[in-house]
Design a protein around this ligand. Structure first.
Ligand code: PLP
Length: 469
């Protein structure tokens, strides 16, 4: 592509992005497509000859966009949000244009040094004490994997990478059943094995780990000759916002010399508001914490921040230093690829720098406070309808509910989720609470307004009442 064409098509792409964002409210949140529709619309073989950009762009608009689920839609109430504030998109354009590999300080000094600064900005913004450093990973899954590998290596006196796990004492990791499945995957991939992920029963409204049961499990494992290695606490679990009492969990971790990792992938963004910090009181004692600015805060995916108390342990676990990656003659530099599983790294700090400067923390706090208040308001409205029940009360901006029926409640509520999503005006998802289907609702999209949440109430009630039992 010639530079003049690059300019033209970059402008066209930017214009398209603005038009797309402004048209979202008129689009169904989920596409009206069947599995295989898009696959069949794409040529089965690659072209031998170059095609004109006009045609490529037209195909993008005709074939791809109608098949997209619109995560930036203001009535996206499913899963957790993946907010990409326009200013972070602009930063990503710049990152794409530079297309740098930011694995070492010398492969991108500015990316490395901005990352160090932005991690510290976020530490301050979330009210965490000095003493944490950190890294921006691609995803919370990667951050948790890095934490689990560090737990494993620390417990095995740094012999796991070298000798493997055969013949070693069995490392044991403890969590509730409210943690995200990325924890299960980290346990599999680290070779620790699912049988060594000890699920601690939960108690109370927030389904917090029973810390007496946690302590008992650790003591029993020690007595049985196993090797307690670490604990993973949840703050804002994916299903219903399950949240551990981190301070109590941290006390147990300290008593037994265990590594503590806190997964606050979604809820962490809310900690920019001091009044929500009680939800993770004790996190300041953790060895590592992960939160995803790419969820609620508005930094375009991917952007997952991992705060780390002792980066030396992480580096000792993950760093590889072949000659071709060494930086000779420079002291005191950070090579962030030594802090993560992949070697290659994107420049992720730029979008956070743009976002935090262009919005300021106070505007971001207002957004999060609004979301929490609107979610609580909607939960109260639903609770006051005789044919609905609240299954789990709001944890920040996430709650779950069920429509009552004389028939099979699980089947009825699954049909209700489908009916709501087929209507197109909103998108939400279901979960299971104590084995029974419940409908999840979270408010978190950057552009959502109080009116969008009102619309959600109308759509939910209309769809429920027009379903036949
Ligand atoms: N932890 C929690 C609580 C989550 O909700 C999610 C994803 O929704 C993850 C971890 C995994 O996040 P990622 O997609 O960044 O790996």
């Amino acid at each position: 592509m010639k530079n003049s064409d690059f300019r033209q098509w970059s402008r066209r792409a930017a214009d398209w992005g603005v038009d797309y964002r402004s048209s979202l409210r008129e689009r169904p949140v989920r596409p009206l497509v069947e599995p295989g529709d898009i696959f069949r619309s794409i040529e089965p073989s690659p072209p031998e000859a170059a095609e004109p950009m006009d045609k490529i762009f037209a195909d993008f608009e005709a074939k791809i966009v109608p098949g997209m689920t619109h995560w930036q839609h203001p009535r996206f109430f499913a899963y957790f949000p993946a907010n990409a504030a326009p200013v972070s998109v602009v930063a990503e354009y710049l990152v794409s244009a530079m297309a740098a590999q930011c694995m070492l300080w010398q492969t991108s000094p500015a990316a490395t040094e901005l990352e160090t600064r932005i991690v510290d900005w976020m530490r301050q913004a979330l009210g965490l004490p000095e003493g944490f450093s950190g890294v921006i990973q691609d995803s919370a899954s990667s951050a948790t994997l890095a934490a689990v590998l560090t737990m494993r290596e620390r417990a095995l006196d740094w012999q796991g990478n070298k000798q493997g796990l055969a013949g070693q004492k069995r490392p044991r990791i403890y969590s509730s059943d409210q943690v995200h499945t990325s924890i299960d995957r980290a346990i599999w991939v680290s070779g620790i094995g699912e049988d060594n992920l000890v699920r601690i029963p939960v108690t109370g409204r927030f389904r917090a780990m029973d810390t007496a049961a946690l302590e008992a499990a650790i003591v029993a494992d020690q007595a049985a000759g196993m090797l307690p290695a670490g604990i993973i606490a949840s703050v804002g679990g994916t299903s219903t916002g399950g949240t551990d009492n981190v301070a109590e969990v941290a006390a147990v971790a300290k008593r037994h010399g265990l590594y503590l990792h806190v997964d606050a992938a979604w809820a962490g963004s809310a900690m920019i508001c001091p009044e929500f910090r009680h939800f993770w009181a004790g996190a300041e004692q953790a060895d590592s914490i992960v939160f995803n600015p790419h969820k609620w805060l508005g930094a375009q995916f991917d952007c997952s921040m991992q705060f780390i108390r002792q980066p030396e342990d992480l580096v000792r676990t993950l760093a590889i230093k072949p000659e071709f990656l060494k930086t000779h003659g420079r002291d005191g530099i950070i090579n962030y690829s030594e802090w993560s599983v992949p070697l290659g790294r994107r420049f992720r700090a730029l979008k956070l720098w743009f976002l935090l400067r262009a919005h300021g923390l106070e505007a971001l706090r207002t957004m999060i406070r609004n979301h929490v208040a609107w979610s609580e308001g909607l939960a109260a409205r639903i609770a006051s309808e005789a044919d609905f029940e609240i299954v789990t009360e709001p944890m920040l901006s996430l709650f779950s509910f069920r429509h009552k029926t004389a028939g099979d409640a699980d089947d009825h509520n699954l049909r209700l989720v489908n009916a709501i999503n087929d209507d197109g005006r909103l998108y939400l998802t279901q979960t299971r609470v104590d084995g029974r289907v419940a409908i999840r609702f979270q408010v978190g999209q950057f552009e959502t307004t109080a009116e969008d949440v009102d619309t959600a109430f109308t759509v939910i009630c209309d769809c429920a009442r027009s379903l036949r039992n």
